[in-house]
Ligand binder design. Structure first.
Ligand code: GDP
Length: 297
């Protein structure tokens, strides 16, 4: 589907005279191709532009290594620079969930994969870290969403807060907090309501919930295939709610993963996990190397 960046660059360098060091012109020509590759991978234009500029400064004047071609060398420089941007501080996938019961707030737009990810993450915490997890759905507008979380909970053997009709999200949150404390849970996860677009009511609701629990982690779940929209969503949620990390879903799809780079570059928030399918096991720690490889094709 896409032309591989290495192939593209070897073509560029074949046309250039071989010299002892990467000249400014060589690097410029090569980075034009890099920019196209980034844009094809759905990296936003300003991010691609800034990234290429930084790499250009880094690459110009570098001695050409004998063992690899100039094209491969530029690819390596670009690859390393991508990883630098993509990796956040600390262990990938690490969550601040000491001091039980630790509240985790899950936020995002409807259809992004929030409920599925809540359950996947609960399963992971239970199985890999031996945590006792309680999940609660705050989506009072969509009874089906509450049912969905309860069904997933049964499937993975994780408790969900019993559904009480007529309660508002803040009341449910208070009940979850109490239940998590009394029940000896390590973690309680709050699956907030999603909307089709960001709206004031949704934000106020999430703010009210946040203020009841002071979440240890606030994870934004976004569809990784939505590119720029995912980045806007993250900016909005971060401004209003303050997010501690991002989960990119649908990374099993055809997308090239450029949203991950834009996300990191624009919001500065770590991408903690990626969703790789609908199954409950299809959640993995975010690995910068894998995404960098995918972006470069
Ligand atoms: P919510 O409205 O944000 O809670 O979204 P859901 O959790 O209900 O997910 C919406 C749909 O996306 C469901 O059919 C999920 O199975 C699917 N889904 C969620 N995460 C992934 C993923 O990582 N990959 C794929 N292929 N599908 C996913």
């Amino acid at each position: 589907m896409f032309e591989n960046l290495s192939e593209r660059l070897s073509g560029v360098f074949d046309r250039l005279t071989k010299q002892g060091a990467l000249s400014e012109d060589d690097v410029k020509t090569a980075l034009r191709e890099v920019r196209v590759a980034l844009l094809e991978a759905d990296v936003s234009l300003p991010v691609a532009r800034d990234f290429v500029k930084a790499v250009q400064e880094q690459a110009t004047g570098q001695a050409v290594t004998k063992s690899i071609t100039p094209g491969q060398q530029v690819v390596k420089i670009v690859h390393d620079a991508l990883i630098d941007v993509l990796k956040g501080e600390g262990e990938p996938g690490a969550l601040k969930i000491d001091n039980p019961p630790a509240p985790i707030l899950m936020v995002g737009l409807q259809g992004g994969g929030k409920t599925t990810t809540t359950a996947k993450l609960a399963k992971r915490l239970k199985e890999r870290e031996g945590k006792r997890v309680l999940m609660a759905s705050l989506d009072v507008n969509r009874p089906a969403a509450m049912e969905q979380l309860a069904i997933l909970g049964q499937q993975i053997g994780v408790d969900t807060l019993p559904i009480v009709k007529g309660e508002d999200p803040v009341a449910i949150t208070k009940r979850a907090k109490t239940q998590a404390g009394l029940g000896g849970y390590d973690v309680y996860m709050l699956d907030t309501a999603g909307r089709l677009s960001i709206d004031e009511e949704l934000m106020q609701q999430v703010e009210a919930v946040r203020d009841v629990v002071t979440p240890r982690e606030t994870l934004l779940v976004v569809d990784g295939l939505t590119g720029q929209d995912a980045v806007h969503t993250a900016e909005n949620f971060d401004e209003r709610i303050g997010i501690s990390g991002v989960v990119l879903t649908r990374m099993d799809g055809d997308g090239r993963g450029g949203a991950a780079l834009s996300m990191r570059a624009v919001t500065g928030k770590p991408i903690k996990f990626v969703g790789l399918g609908e199954k409950m096991d299809a959640l993995e720690t975010f690995e910068p190397e894998r995404i960098a490889g995918r972006i470069l094709g």
